[in-house]
Design a protein around this ligand. Structure first.
Ligand SMILES: Nc1ncnc2c1ncn2[C@@H]1O[C@H](COP(=O)(O)OP(=O)(O)OP(=O)(O)O)[C@@H](O)[C@H]1O
Length: 242
């Protein structure tokens, strides 16, 4: 299947024939896709089909069973996670783990590695964090903690940011704020984003391209707006009635 649509720019990330899982358990089978600089790709699909496993495989946290991952022209599939991170791959896992006993300002300052996302720039992106800068992270709401983990990932100056269900369980107003911040961080830097999201409508409305995963394989790749406009296809792929 041709999974590459309109990406004539050099890819930031190229995943080829990737198979991976946990120990002997095979979860992903022959995954192919690329993401170009500045693009936002969303990964959608039903529960348990392997979306998180794909993100974790890019980070180096699963058992690689075959295939290649090329990041900015360099093969990384055999590198340990910390080396991939140092090369510029930032990861925001589902679990939202903040440094609970540090303040917001300390959470951000401790990981800053240079680059545009200074603590002040991050406060501009997430004004709620500016208001809570002296609060211990454990006292923040779920939405504020999610903003903090995204901000903390940006402070490490990634060129590729992997977001795993960043708006899951958040109130609608906070979801809107989060999506606005993600759009703004894209506008203000050359950041490339891969986002896993269950809320397919929000994901497709705010991204460039998408891949749909089923049973550990890419079953569809499209321009996001086109898939969003095709309710029948969306229903067939991920079983949602619009
Ligand atoms: N650490 C693990 N060890 C073994 N199997 C795992 C592990 N983590 C996930 N799995 C299995 O891998 C499969 C894919 O899970 P994964 O979390 O990648 O799916 P997902 O599409 O992200 O689901 P969800 O949308 O519910 O988060 C599932 O069958 C799951 O049980």
């Amino acid at each position: 299947m041709a999974t590459d649509l309109a990406t004539d720019l050099a890819p930031v990330l190229a995943v080829s024939n990737l198979s991976a899982g946990y120990g002997a358990a095979k979860i992903l089978h022959g995954i192919d896709f690329t993401v170009a600089r500045g693009e936002m790709l969303v990964v959608i699909g039903r529960n348990g089909v392997g979306k998180t496993t794909l993100i974790e495989t890019i980070c180096g946290l699963t058992t690689l069973q075959g295939g290649t991952i090329t990041f900015n022209g360099q093969r990384i599939e055999k590198l340990p996670p910390f080396r991939r991170n140092r090369l510029g791959i930032g990861w925001v896992p589902q679990e939202r783990e903040v440094f609970a006993s540090l303040t917001v300002a300390e959470n951000l300052g401790i990981v800053y590695r240079g680059g545009p996302w200074t603590t002040e720039a991050l406060y501009g992106l997430f004004p709620r964090l500016a208001e809570r800068r002296r609060s211990y992270a454990r006292l923040l709401s779920g939405g504020e903690q999610q903003m903090l983990v995204i901000a903390r990932a940006l402070a490490t100056d990634p060129t590729l940011l992997l977001l795993d269900e960043p708006v899951e369980g958040l109130a609608p107003l906070i979801v809107q704020e989060m999506i606005a911040a993600i759009n703004r961080m894209r506008r203000e830097s050359a950041l490339t984003i891969i986002m896993v999201e269950q809320k397919h409508d929000i994901a497709l409305a705010n991204s460039d391209r998408c891949i749909v995963i089923d049973h550990g394989a890419v079953v569809h790749a499209a321009v996001s707006a086109e898939l969003l406009a095709d309710a029948a296809l969306l229903e067939r792929l991920i079983g949602v009635a619009e």
